[in-house]
Write a protein that binds this ligand. Structure first.
Ligand code: ADP
Ligand code: ASP
Ligand code: MG
Length: 426
């Protein structure tokens, strides 16, 4: 007997017919005496619709009221799944975020799970009841509803799995695993049997939206076994317990898989893209100690995440240009803050560009192999794709390019690193 948390994303929950298929998968997992908790997303498109209502009601919306509105999508699907399970003869009930409760801290709209009181949940599961939990939502210290940022149901599922000490957390989505890159962009993308926590964390943080970044960090910290797999399967599909999807594993487990010949060790494991950043250039900033601090201090205070930074070589007259990226959603705020500090910073012009994309290649193999970055630069240059900025970490190289060249760049790099499905491993 195992204890399993199953999470279903928006496409899997989109409408009565799909929910019935989900209920069948849940019932199958519960058959044979397994204890099951299910975490659900809102129906596909619903959260976007609710966010738009908030914007229309008040462009400067109060995040606490935004949470009240957007958390409702998951309330609907959790109730509907419980009803559907009941109609199939299963014992099921919904547990809303405040009922468990899922305690969260920090800001509304980007709340972080602090603790989950899982006693009631585990008792219900032990008694054979299927628990259905709306993802994405929690409750703040002062008892108000919160949400965990877009894609947050993944994090809810991992947090629940950690709280009930589940044997596995299965993330059901509309693709059958984690691929070498987004399979909707590159037809030759290859499904990975396993990927390390570290690589998945990096891939998620640079734009692979198949798992929310925080869910991977939490799984790594709590040692939750996570599988990504498809809910779009027929009755004859390989059961989830036989691990048909992609497992997120530790580096030690990966080494064992490589030794057994079940995984190949590549220099690059995956490629991701992110179109949600914007570039800011400040021209003719004084080239002296403290100048850069004047730029980034107000942004940090406003909790605006700066990603790539380039300070050009000083020109004559002790001036330099500074280029950096911020999330597109924060661009207007960043611009206003910088204009406000124009005299302190002493820049000449502020230029912005939202038509950019960040392309990243990720792989633990880079730690011990030189030349990954130069392969990237050469492959892009051969196609005439211009690189506007570069950043690296131990297991990642990212470049900033023109947004229009995103798909081409991802494809070219996928081929350059020998990741295409019909290639032999590089
Ligand atoms: P859900 O609604 O189930 O949470 P998401 O849309 O958030 O699903 O995430 C699944 C999507 O992630 C896939 O449809 C796919 O287009 C995208 N994706 C991006 N990068 C990858 C990748 N490397 N592997 C698999 N899917 C990816
Ligand atoms: N419904 C939320 C969203 O669309 C949470 C999720 O699906 O994970 O972001
Ligand atoms: Mg998602």
């Amino acid at each position: 007997m195992a204890r399993i948390v199953m999470k279903f994303g928006g496409t899997s929950m989109a409408g009565t017919e799909r929910i019935r298929r989900v209920a069948n998968l849940v019932r199958k997992q519960a058959a044979g005496g397994n204890q099951v908790a299910v975490v659900v997303s809102a129906m596909a498109g619903e959260t976007d619709r609710l966010v738009n209502f908030c914007r229309e009601a008040n462009p400067l919306y109060d995040p606490a009221e935004y949470d009240v509105v957007v958390a409702s999508g998951e309330q609907v699907t959790s109730g509907l799944l419980a009803l559907t399970l009941q109609s199939l003869g299963a014992d099921a009930r919904s547990w809303l975020g405040w009922q468990l409760p899922v305690r969260t801290v920090e800001a509304h709209a980007k709340a972080r799970v602090e603790a989950i009181d899982a006693d009631a949940l585990t008792s219900a599961m032990e008694a054979g009841q299927i628990a259905v939990i709306p993802g994405f939502q929690g409750v703040s210290e002062d008892g108000r509803i919160t949400t965990m940022g877009r894609g947050g149901s993944d994090t809810s599922a991992v947090a629940i799995a950690a709280a009930v000490k589940a044997d596995r957390c299965d993330i059901y989505t509309d693709v059958d695993g984690v691929y070498t890159t987004d399979p909707r962009i590159v037809a030759k993308a290859r499904k990975l049997k396993a990927v390390t926590y570290e690589e998945m964390l990096e891939l998620a943080s640079v734009g692979a939206k198949v798992l929310q970044t925080r869910s991977v960090g939490l799984a790594m910290k709590e040692g939750v076994r996570v599988q990504v797999l498809s809910s779009f399967v027929g009755d004859d599909a390989i059961p989830a317990d036989e691990l048909p999807g992609t497992m997120i594993v530790s580096e030690e487990e990966m080494n064992i898989l490589v030794e057994k010949g079940e995984m190949e060790r590549q220099h690059v494991t995956g490629i991701a893209h992110d179109k949600n950043e914007a570039k800011i250039i400040l021209t003719r900033v004084p080239d002296k100690p403290g100048a850069v601090a004047h730029i980034f201090d107000p942004l940090a205070k406003a909790a605006i995440n700066v990603d790539m930074i380039i300070q050009n070589v000083g020109r004559d007259k002790g001036e330099t240009d500074v280029t950096f990226t911020v999330p597109q959603a924060d661009l207007a705020r960043a611009q206003a803050l910088l204009e406000d500090k124009r005299d302190d910073i002493g820049f000449n012009r502020l230029i912005t560009d939202s038509k950019i994309a960040k392309i990243s290649v990720v792989g633990v193999g880079m730690k011990s192999h030189a030349g990954v970055a130069s392969t990237m630069f050469k492959a892009l240059a051969d196609r005439g794709i211009n690189i506007q900025a570069i950043t690296t970490s131990e297991i990642k190289v990212s470049v900033l390019i023109d947004e229009d060249e995103t798909e081409l760049a991802v494809r070219v790099l996928h081929t350059a690193y020998g990741l295409d499905a019909d290639d032999e491993a590089a």
